[in-house]
Design a protein. Structure first.
Length: 199
């Protein structure tokens, strides 16, 4: 049996490098756009709101910043729209989606924001030094109070649970692995539901 002769095998990158420069730039831009889409929430990505996968990637980046000694504390807020089902049922899902967009517009200015599902958001505030202007739960609540009414209809309020992590505590959870997102939000989730019970 005669051996089959195989010429050099080219990979995708080799073929891309053979393209004219403007073709390479176009494909690179499209790949970057797709990478970004994979990290963003499908409905709220236009506001920079992450999905769980994007959030996990950000958590890993934060862990690297901590390892370099650049971060002192991480403040985690877990927010949930109160009576969101009632808002959806009363005014319709397009109105409910509008509420989520308005909330996203307010939250997008914070360091890391993730939509965990439905009407639940997570926010990470990064504290680099004692001199940092510390943003707390009350600040976020005040900003969200402005959107209680959307187009003359009720928008709902947001309940928050808060958990403060030292850099060391945050890093320990990340290094432990497993359901890092669940572990990070556990205490904040309990505090959020305590607040909801008071409403």
């Amino acid at each position: 049996m005669e051996e089959e002769k195989v010429g050099p095998v080219l990979g995708v990158e080799d073929y891309l490098n053979m393209l004219p420069e403007d073709g390479q730039e176009m494909i690179s831009a499209e790949l970057e756009r797709l990478r970004r889409l994979v990290r963003l929430d499908p409905m709220l990505g236009e506001h920079g709101i992450l999905n769980r996968e994007g959030f996990k990637q950000e958590v890993q980046k934060i862990a690297e910043v901590i390892k370099r000694g650049k971060l002192k504390q991480v403040v985690l807020l877990l927010g949930d729209v109160n009576r969101f089902k009632q808002v959806n049922d009363t005014f319709g899902h397009p109105h409910g989606d509008g509420v989520l967009h308005k909330i996203s517009e307010v939250l997008k200015d914070y360091d890391v924001v993730v939509r965990l599902g439905g009407d639940e958001f997570g926010v990470l505030l990064l504290v680099y030094s004692d001199r940092d202007g510390f943003v707390d739960e009350e600040d976020v609540k005040k900003r969200l109070e402005r959107i209680k009414v959307l187009e003359g209809k009720e928008a709902g309020t947001v309940s928050f649970g808060v958990k403060l992590f030292t850099a060391k505590e945050f890093l320990e959870i990340v290094d432990e692995g497993g359901d890092v997102v669940g572990k990070l939000f556990k205490d904040a989730d309990e505090r959020m539901y305590e607040e909801k019970r008071e409403i």
